[in-house]
Each structure stands twice: as C-alpha cells, then as structure tokens.
Design a protein around this ligand. Structure first.
Ligand code: C5P
Length: 217
C-alpha cells in the first residue's frame, strides 16, 4: 500500500499513474483527504483499491456515521483508533456491516510512538484483542507486534504495518520501523510505504526494489 501523502489531487494522480499496476492499493490519509476529498478518492478508486486512513477517534455515534460515509464512498478499507474504546469499535463494526467488501481495522499505537518495545507489544495486543472481540478485520500496528497479535487474535486477523524503511534509510519521524523482508518474515499482511517511495528520485524503481525485498529477492 503506497501512502499518497501528497499535497493535492494532481500530485496524487501523477503518482498513481507513475506507479500504475506495480501497486495494488493506495492509502489516502489526512493530508490528501483534507485537500482533495471524495472526488479524488473516487478517481483513485477507479483503478486501485483504496485504504481511507483517517483514524476516526470520536464518540461511538459520530464514528459509526463516519464509517458509513466511508462505505458509501466505496473504499476497500477504513480505520478507527482503538483508543476510542470497545463501545466505539462495536458501533463502527455495526456501521461497516452494511458494506461487506470493506475491511474495518483499528490503529493500535502509532508507529511514531517511541514507547518501550515490550510495553508497546502488550498494549497493541490488548487493543487488537478488543478489536477482534468487536468483530473488526484487523489492526494497524508496527512489524514488531505482528507475531504477538497473530498469536493472540488468529492468523486471519489482518496486520497492516506502516513504519517500513530499507535498511539504513532515514526513519524520519517513525520509531518502530522494519525493512520489507523483515515485515514479511514477521507475517505482516499489508505493508504501508509512504515517503520511501513518494519522495524517491524514481518512485517506480523504489517500489520495484521494495517488492523484490518483500519477495525475498
Ligand atoms: O512516509 P511513511 O512511510 O512513514 O508513511 C507511513 C504512513 O502510514 C503515513 O501515511 C502515516 O500517516 C501512516 N500511519 C503510520 N502509523 C500508524 C498508522 C498510520 O505511520 N500507526
């Protein structure tokens, strides 16, 4: 999943066209959705699957309504923040049930959080279990928590992992990072990659390198 953290619709569409079918999914997050909104989302959705990453975190009723709006946009994945609690997750799940093709996942802890690794794993597993009980499809977590989450919630419970960097690459504001081969080795189901691709001199070539590493080449 390539994170289209770009300023506007024209930059996002240019990146979509540059990467083409090397990439199956695009992630549309706060920056792009706030600037370009549903219209751009539909245009990206015409060629690729879209993960709408707005990390809804509000009272249950508001989050449920936002999840319903995401479903009406036709996105393939949407997320809420697990810190919103069990009743919020349950309300989100009820709203998403009208859209069986849309995956609903919960953010456990931001990969930029410098929390101690053992504490992060414990909290991420607890939040993932809360998501599983509420009927969600999976979580966003760091690669370092993937194995523990699969052990606790089952191999089918999806793990979506940002914080991906090539070995030796600048981690920027991320903290709990891993390289593409390491993420696959840990059992991550989806890798989210933003700046390493969208800020590369040659984004298509960089996507190719990351895909090769994911395949263990
Ligand atoms: O540029 P970079 O590869 O660090 O981008 C990671 C993307 O994943 C960003 O769009 C960020 O908002 C998102 N994300 C994250 N950590 C989470 C959830 C989402 O980094 N826990």
């Amino acid at each position: 999943m390539v994170a289209l953290d770009l300023p506007d619709a024209s930059a996002a569409l240019a990146m979509r066209d540059l990467l083409g079918d090397r990439v199956g999914w695009f992630k549309i997050g706060l920056r792009l959705f706030v600037s370009a909104g549903p219209d751009l989302l539909r245009r990206i959705g015409a060629t690729h699957r879209v993960f709408l990453d707005l990390k809804f975190h509000d009272i249950p009723n508001t989050v449920a309504q936002a999840v319903e709006s995401a479903g009406n946009l036709g996105v393939s994945m949407v997320n809420v923040h697990a810190a919103g609690g069990a009743s919020m997750l349950a309300a989100a799940k009820e709203a998403s049930s009208q859209f069986p093709a849309m995956k609903l996942i919960a953010v456990t802890i931001l990969t930029s959080d410098a929390m101690d690794q053992a504490a992060a794993r414990e909290l991420a597993v607890a939040r993932a279990e809360m998501g599983r009980v509420a009927g969600l499809d999976g979580v966003v977590c760091s690669v370092h928590e993937v194995a523990a989450i699969h052990a606790a919630c089952g191999a089918d419970f999806l793990t979506v992992t940002p914080g991906i960097r090539l070995l030796g690459q600048d981690v920027q504001d991320q903290q709990r990072v891993a390289d593409p081969a390491g993420a696959i080795a840990q059992g991550a189901d989806y890798l989210v990659v933003g700046r390493p691709i969208i800020q590369a001199e040659n984004p298509a070539a960089m996507a190719g390198v990351i895909l090769q590493q994911m395949r263990g080449l």
